[in-house]
Design a protein around this ligand. Sequence first.
Ligand code: IVH
Length: 692
Amino acid sequence: MINILTITEEQAKKELEKIAKEMAKADEAYYQNDDPYLTDAEYDELKLLNEKLEQKFPHLIRADSPSKRIGAPVKSDFKKVIHKIPMLSLGDIFSEEELVDFVKGIQRFLNTDTDIEFTSEPKMDGLSFSARYENGRFISGATRGDGKTGEDITDNLKTIAALPHFIDAADFPEIIELRGEVYMAKADFFELNAKNEKENKKPFANPRNAAAGSLRQLDANITKERKLSLLVYTWGEVSNIFWKSQSEFLETIQRWGFPVNPYNRLCRNLKEIIESYESLLNTRADLPYDIDGIVYKVNSLELQNRLGFLTRTPRWAIAHKFPAEKAVTRINNIRIQVGRTGALTPVADLEPVNVGGVMVSHATLHNEDEIKRKDIRIGDYVTIQRAGDVIPQVLGVVLEKRSDDSKPFEFPKFCPECGAHAIREEDEAVRRCTGGLSCPAQAIERIKHFVSREAFNIEGLGGKIIEQFFAEGILQSPADIFTLEARNGGDDLFSAASGLHLENRDGWGRKSVENLFKAINERRIITLPRFIYALGIRQVGAATSLLIAKNYGSFSYFMQEMCRGDTEKLISIDGIGEAMAHDVVEFFKEEHNLMIIQKLLNEVKIEEFIDNTAADTAVSGKTIVFTGTLEHLTRAEAKAKAQSLGAKVAGSVSAHTDYVVMGADAGSKARKAQELGIKILSEEEFLQLIKS
Ligand code: IVH
């Protein structure tokens, strides 16, 4: 536990670094992959700790501090859209005390004792969007992205019935961007997941992820099939803002025909704000959609303008977060799941229980130590928490309800799937099966990963089918997918005896087999990041695969270096460390893996990676390392600028570095650059260079 009062500067520095890394990873999982692994509560806790540490040691604020960031940079599959007016984030509060401080703070800022009007609006737990209208017509839409640059989702937004395509009103501004939240109602979420389950597709963790996953589909036809809704609550660029307050804005857009939350309230004073909080908290479980708090906004635009903005958030608005929802239930069983990399993950099967309107029947127990630490046993009653995101957590055991004959849970030392030894390496929290690909669970999970959305994305090969095919020997490794059609056997009677003839299986038919082969054949040409990700190398997620692709350009070059064990370039990539590089090299040492890759290369063609985000600039394609303290730019700004101009930013100097940009107090990196004869630029020279 960290004690903010007694923590030393040295410890704080380490802690801030740890938090920055963890939150960057969590942000990526949440914003880019729609697959979070921290609960909202865990995330908020990290954020709060970061804030407190930065308050105490302002000189330790990192360039990559989570406090300086909104969301995560956008993935490259969508066209990018620059928001002329940035899409901002909101500060968070969690208690009535903080609420009072917030309101008092505003009064102090405005130097007044009189009550200030606020709107109170449910904080929709969805995905924010911006919709641009010109001359009454909807012309383009975007996601928030990192607040400055979002993804072009025009076609996807068009499929949402609630969004008007044309407004015919005399006072509708010539140009107006309306902003709000796309969400999926709870009922539609359950329906979608039931359908996914039937089709052996991975269910979404919660409505927010389902909404995000549905909206950010390159193929808008898929968005159209999903039931999405939206609400509008603010604006971006507007040619003529004639409303004088937030409440007048909400009334106006409602008159124009935009959907507005019926639970929005106008509060005349602090007392009414608190009442609105209590009342919404009580209604929360009955709402047809998820909300994670309330947003309070100063109603008057004049006052909003006077209050202005903090770095990333308005001073005139705040998000009051709801506590996570909890319940008590019984653990019927503790199951051990074996993942793609052999990790043994304990899962609690629960007596189904209603938590804030959602039925919960499983919870994650994380790992062996967690079970030991909380002494969780089969048959125990436990408090569980569902915090909107990820699968529910077990907070602790209700000891009074423990039965006398209960025994501590013994974590298996052997893989429950293949019987091989399961061991823990030093410093590792997880126990892993040592069976490798001879462990059916690992082999199966690896194929599932291979066909998953961000890898080969092969529709029609769901989890259940992969399990069946594996058991029957039809699919042993990923490469076998691409020989299915050849092995299936032709149409004519004479060949009917040989071949798999999948069309004759229960629940299959000619059409579904044709569709499957079509889906497979469409993936015979694959992008480099997808291919790298699909291999399922430990620690190498989608974002890392993209980094590798950007830096190596071709698979053959990457593989050649890895097989030689040359990781210099790999480690120089910002975001890839020694441990990850180690895992990559280990992967390529394994004979079995090389065999799978060889077989795959016979079947698929991997595209070379061309980074088309990089125009032809003075630094495009160049690798830059920043060191020391910069004067005009923060490190994050410098990095973003360089990257937006097509440069790669590395964390350490190597023979692959083109420029080292040196600020004040530069240390060993500048020395190393000198030794290697790499061009060193001052901050001014760098600014000059990117200007040209
Ligand atoms: S106003 C400058 N109003 O919460 C103010 N945001 O943490 C911008 N959100 O990005 C946002 N309901 O995705 C606003 N009624 C509401 C909202 C709301 C949900 C989300 C939105 C925003 C995030 C900020």
